[in-house]
Design a binder for this molecule. Structure first.
Ligand code: S3P
Length: 426
């Protein structure tokens, strides 16, 4: 697919539901008592795979164009699936479900696609093993066989900053014999904690410590999923780096553990306005307007990294259009995402004309304020495909993306919305 340069960007858009929150809505509603109704659920491949896995464990889930209805089976009501659970490309589905499977009274095998089979799972195996689950897999990678057990509570100091690992432990803690304490390395997204409390659990957060007390049951709820800030990020950057642009993104989830992209764009000098702030199902939401900006290079590292980890590919595109140097460090986790995102971003941005160099834990970009364009490979990685679509719109000759369909993983109507914001007549 060729993405051609654009003259002008104008539009109010709404982006699809948050991926992290959509996964958690299915997972927690499945083990709650009663029927939950989920609004603005993300119909992306990853979240649909979460639905498939819970259906295989006996949870009735009705998918309608507007809403999802989940008839929760209660904490102890899941059934042993007849088949292997297959999460496709979804690391969140894999790691979070392992936390639940650890506490069941049956054995399950769980796997995913080639990318999932190459991603590290020892990060969840270690704590779940300490809690008493028996998990085995060659080299600690998918497929994993999980023998559920009666779980004991643990005190766990997280060796990595990962919301997926934290969430797997929190979900297992629902089945543990007493209070579980987790101490994070850096603060990571807290959607699991928020939704658990919204559904009646008792999770206390204080600084980097999280304490989960045993719960008898979760209560079904109406869950309104906010728009995904990670999807909005592509349009925020597009608004900032296009010469003639103003774009408003409505109903964006602004959980403070996710808003690193806004902090960074503001620090780079972007014209961003956040307004109409409100709370939806326990999560902050607002509208965001971004217009053409003169960006400057900055240093990005430390505690902000987990707050923008998924946005780094498109931040690199913004940095190519900034004045001066942008340095991204402490982002080694990028190497174990859907693709090795340090390698994917650096090799492909260099291919289309950026001055960019990879480092052990990030990248250095010398802004040139222009990109020539060309053909790129996205390694089947949805966020790489979308970041380079944005690059294509502001390039001189356009960018051709080898596998545009992979955007379905997190943002199925990405190209339609992109098409809608573009104005090419003068
Ligand atoms: C996610 C957490 C992050 C993020 C991923 C979704 C989640 O991964 O990169 O896209 O929903 O918990 P880690 O927590 O492993 O960094």
């Amino acid at each position: 697919m060729l993405i051609k340069p654009v003259k002008r960007i104008r539009k109010n858009i709404a982006i699809p539901g948050d991926k992290s929150i959509s996964h958690r809505a299915i997972i927690l509603s499945s083990i709650a008592d009663g029927e939950s109704k989920i609004h603005n659920f993300l119909m992306g491949d990853d979240c649909l795979n979460t639905i498939k896995c819970f259906r295989k464990m006996g949870v009735p889930i009705e998918v309608n164009p507007e809403n999802i209805f989940v008839k929760g089976v209660g904490l102890r009501g899941l059934k042993k699936p007849d088949e292997i659970l297959d999460v496709g490309n979804s690391g969140t589905t894999f790691r979070l479900i392992c936390g639940i499977l650890a506490g069941q009274d049956f054995e399950t095998t769980i796997t995913g696609d080639n990318s999932i089979q190459g991603r590290p799972m020892d990060r969840i195996i270690r704590p779940l093993d300490q809690m008493g689950a028996k998990i085995s897999g060659i080299d600690n990678r998918a497929p994993l066989k999980i023998q559920g057990s009666k779980l004991k509570a643990i005190n766990y100091n997280m060796p990595v900053a990962s919301a997926q690992v934290k969430s797997a432990i929190l979900l297992a803690s629902l089945y543990a014999d007493s209070e579980t304490t987790i101490v994070e390395l850096e603060e990571t997204r807290d959607h699991t904690e928020r939704m658990l409390n919204y559904m009646g659990a008792n999770i206390q957060q204080s600084g980097l410590s999280i304490i989960s007390s045993p719960t008898k049951k979760l209560y079904a709820k109406d869950i309104h999923v906010p728009g995904d800030i990670s999807s909005a990020a592509f349009f925020m950057v597009l608004g900032a780096i296009t010469k003639d642009a103003e774009i408003t993104i409505e109903n964006v989830g602004l959980n403070p553990t996710r808003t690193g992209i806004i902090d960074v764009l503001k620090q780079m000098g972007a014209e961003i306005r956040v307004y109409n702030e409100r709370i939806l199902s326990g999560e902050p939401v607002a509208n965001v307007t971004v217009s053409s900006s003169s960006l400057k290079g900055i240093e990005i590292g430390g505690g902000i990294i987990p707050r923008l980890i998924d946005e780094i590919p498109v931040i690199a595109v913004a940095a190519a259009f900034a004045e001066g140097v942008t340095v991204i460090r402490n982002a080694e986790e990028l190497k174990i995402k859907e693709s090795n995102r340090i390698k994917s971003v650096v090799t492909q941005l260099a291919k289309i004309g950026a001055n960019i160099k990879g480092t052990e834990d990030g990248m250095i970009i010398h802004g040139t304020k222009e990109l020539k364009g060309g053909k790129i490979e996205c390694y089947g990685d949805h966020r790489i495909a979308m970041a380079f679509a944005i690059a294509g719109l502001v390039s001189e000759e356009g960018v051709t993306i080898d596998d545009p369909r992979c955007v379905n993983i997190s943002f199925p109507n990405f190209f339609n919305i992109l098409h809608g914001v573009v104005q090419n007549e003068s």
